[in-house]
Design a protein around this ligand. Structure first.
Ligand code: HEC
Length: 274
């Protein structure tokens, strides 16, 4: 506290003692004026913005080096030991903070010589694709993608007709063509997180980005689900475990979705159109 502040404090203390009687009369009154601040430094606590200047330190920089002997959160890698699964949360948190795994966090393996991103072709190995992931992907897809891409991913969403170009149909042959970027899982991941720019100088997006709503783990879950939707089109009854075929056929007959000359080429994912 400098002399200025001290005198101000004493002045305020003296004044408020003198005014106490008057003040009590004001309590409960409404006012449109900003409230009086008797100790403003408690309301507006001092802070430094990055890259700013100060007289406090000899080198006048507000940004300081980490204190010797301390370890900043996120700088040491660890794998939770068996029995310490609770620590997985912190491992994920640390990795989310650093985001230094390009494959997982950006869906790319690096950049080519022109500085263009190289998309990974498959979901990174660190993402375990199991039934739980697909379930999560289905749920997130149904929330975030269906309005435009439809529940089946065939671009027949409620608002699809409003878009030009229209939303992608995930059964378009381009998505299966290994020479097309759409066959790369990293591309779909990237589209979810960063959207699809229109390419014009106005910066308009053909598809908005969903990175604010869909985190990396969920984006991979959606990619897995989109691939499952695509694969479902190519499926035959032979892909269904023998014990479950009867059950599936009954379900489909009841739903009226059994095509003539049935080989159960799936036209809808099981339980899809609820
Ligand atoms: C508000 C509407 C809208 C929503 C919601 C939406 N998209 Fe799109 N999406 C589009 C449009 C429009 C295009 C076509 C863009 C183009 O052709 O340039 C598109 C294109 C795509 C493409 C193809 C990109 C390409 O051209 O290769 C993928 C993949 C995709 N969307 C995935 C998704 C996923 C997954 C979600 C859910 C997280 C989603 N989209 C949500 C409108 C939407």
């Amino acid at each position: 506290m400098n002399l200025n502040q001290l005198t101000r404090m004493l002045l305020v203390a003296g004044l408020s003692a003198g005014l106490a009687g008057v003040m009590t009369g004001c309590r409960g009154d409404r006012s449109d004026e900003p409230p009086h601040q008797f100790f403003p430094d408690m309301d507006d606590s001092p802070k430094w913005k990055p890259q700013s200047q100060t007289e406090f330190f000899a080198n006048e920089r507000t940004m300081r080096k980490p204190v010797v002997g301390t370890v900043a959160f996120g700088t040491v890698s660890f794998v939770p030991a068996p029995g310490e699964e609770w620590a997985t949360h912190w491992k994920d948190k640390r990795e989310d903070l650093l985001k230094d795994d390009l494959g997982f966090y950006q869906g790319i393996s690096g950049y080519d010589k022109d500085g263009k991103p190289v998309f990974v072709s498959k979901i990174p190995a660190s993402v375990i694709v199991d039934a739980a992931l697909l379930k999560r992907g289905e749920e997130r897809f149904n929330i975030y993608c269906t309005a435009c891409h439809g529940y089946l991913g065939d671009a027949k969403g409620t608002v699809s007709p409003l878009y030009n170009p229209s939303p992608a149909n995930f059964y378009d042959p381009t998505f299966y063509d290994p020479k097309n970027v759409r066959s790369l899982d990293g591309w779909i991941f990237h589209t979810i997180r960063w959207g699809k720019p229109g390419g014009g100088s106005d910066g308009k997006m053909n598809m908005p980005a969903y990175g604010h709503a869909v985190n990396e783990r969920d984006a991979w879950a959606i990619v897995a689900y989109v691939r499952a939707l695509e694969a479902s089109r190519e499926g035959t009854i032979e892909d269904v475990p023998e014990g479950m075929r009867d059950q599936l056929m009954k379900k489909r007959a009841a739903a009226g979705t059994t095509p003539a000359g049935q080989t159960a080429a799936a036209t809808a994912p099981m339980g899809g159109a609820k």
